[in-house]
Unconditional design. Sequence first.
Length: 138
Amino acid sequence: MTDVARTAAEMITRMTPALQAGDFVFLTTGDAGLAAGLAGVAVATFREDEGLSLVVPIEAARRHGLPVDQPMRRITLMVHSALDGVGLTAAVAAALAARNIPCNMIAAFHHDHVFVPSALADAALDTLRDLQQRGAGH
């Protein structure tokens, strides 16, 4: 097994998925005032050519009259994933895709976070726990 494969297998085996409380929504805005108002509650932001994308608690979006028609739940992979690691995101996305569960992955400094539709959160968590148990297939 190569060092890269071993690293992927270790990250998958140790990922310990944890479902976080609350619903979130993804949104985008070019309005600097709105972006500033939401930045303090956003769990993630990303600047794109079309505007600032934010992931915010659903309650914050409601307070600002923003769309909340796609509520998401966050599953945090509790392994300290390496920024140069290979395979964890692909394995997670593939396992969820095999169960027809859409996901949006956000890699942060310490952990990877998987956002899935709220209605599918329990199924996604079960899928990721199964993936962890199976490891990387080695």
